[in-house]
Design a protein around this ligand. Structure first.
Ligand SMILES: NC(=O)c1ccc[n+]([C@@H]2O[C@H](COP(=O)([O-])OP(=O)(O)OC[C@H]3O[C@@H](n4cnc5c(N)ncnc54)[C@H](O)[C@@H]3O)[C@@H](O)[C@H]2O)c1
Length: 267
């Protein structure tokens, strides 16, 4: 089978660099070119690889020259929609990992994918483990009345709770169809110690240097607890999900939202 040709947008960023290394390491792919708004050289060379990858600040020029099968975008919110417009219109499939893509942008990407008969995948979390944790938490949510979430991140994270913790709580609540039960704390001697509340789920955010990203969901019932935990060690954790998306997007027509859709997890 011929290799899938890939272009990476946001190539000089942390995720872009990681994606390029993963694409080069997989014999199913050929990394044809790379784009970044900050490009000031004609080539990018990755640590440990001799290959010179053509680099340009203008994604359109690259797509017209190299016609990649797939454009992968890890840039900034607001930029990914333009990459999708250019890529889909010019015959490439699109994988977007950039976070903050709006509902209106997702709708437009879906319409463009149908119009140009291409595949598009938008996923805010490419970590297979994190997606499976949410799936398992949805199953457990029906059988346990009590649940708390502890999410742990590095000290530079600006928001709390994490988007993943909120998405996990929302998925659990939707699967359960009713709120969880919070045991009453008669006397909270230090305000906030019981965490933030989301329909009966207490969410606790830990921020410490040295931590990357972890999440624990603790379920409780009579005489038993069930603990689900996922740890992200580094950005490599996202690569199996991104590589799966590149392989899948070329087989599809139209839009897929969320890595879970590609994992055949059942209902
Ligand atoms: N889906 C996931 O699983 C996942 C995982 C990690 C990060 N992310 C998201 O990926 C995105 C990138 O994260 P990062 O840590 O690599 O950020 P980064 O700041 O290290 O890299 C972003 C790169 O995009 C480039 N860029 C900005 N605007 C551009 C444009 N208009 N055209 C081309 N290039 C442009 C920047 O110059 C930079 O090199 C963020 O939105 C982040 O939240 C998603």
């Amino acid at each position: 089978m011929s290799q899938i040709t890939v272009a990476v947008n946001g190539a000089l960023g942390r995720m872009g660099q990681q994606v390029m290394s993963a694409v080069i390491a997989d014999p199913s792919f050929s990394l044809t070119c790379a784009s970044d708004i900050k490009a000031d050289k004609e080539y990018v060379v990755l640590p440990g690889h001799a290959q010179k990858i053509p680099l340009h600040s203008n994604l359109t020029a690259l797509i017209e020259m190299y016609h990649p099968d797939v454009v992968v975008d890890f840039t900034v919110a607001g930029a990914a929609i333009n990459s999708a417009r250019l890529a889909l219109k010019n015959g490439s499939n699109m994988v977007i990992g950039t976070t903050g893509v709006t509902a209106a942008e997702i709708k437009e990407i879906g319409q463009l994918a149908i119009r140009y008969q291409k595949g598009a995948i938008v996923a805010a979390n490419f970590s297979i483990g994190a997606v499976i944790l949410i799936h398992l938490a949805k199953i457990a949510a029906k059988y346990f009345d009590n649940a708390e979430i502890i999410e742990l991140h590095h000290d530079k994270k600006i928001d709390a709770p994490s988007g993943t913790a909120l998405a996990t709580a929302e998925a659990m609540l939707k699967a359960r169809g009713r709120p969880f039960i919070i045991p009453p704390t008669e006397k909270e001697t230090l305000k906030g110690t019981r965490g933030g509340q989301k329909d009966g789920i207490s969410i606790h955010s830990v921020r410490v240097p040295g931590m990357v990203a972890s999440q624990e969901v603790i379920f409780g019932a009579l005489g038993q607890t069930l603990v689900l935990r996922h740890d992200t060690i580094n950005r490599e954790s996202f690569m199996p999900g991104v590589m799966l998306a590149i392989k899948e997007v070329v087989k599809r027509r139209g839009l897929v939202v969320g890595l879970e859709t590609l994992l055949d997890l059942g209902d």
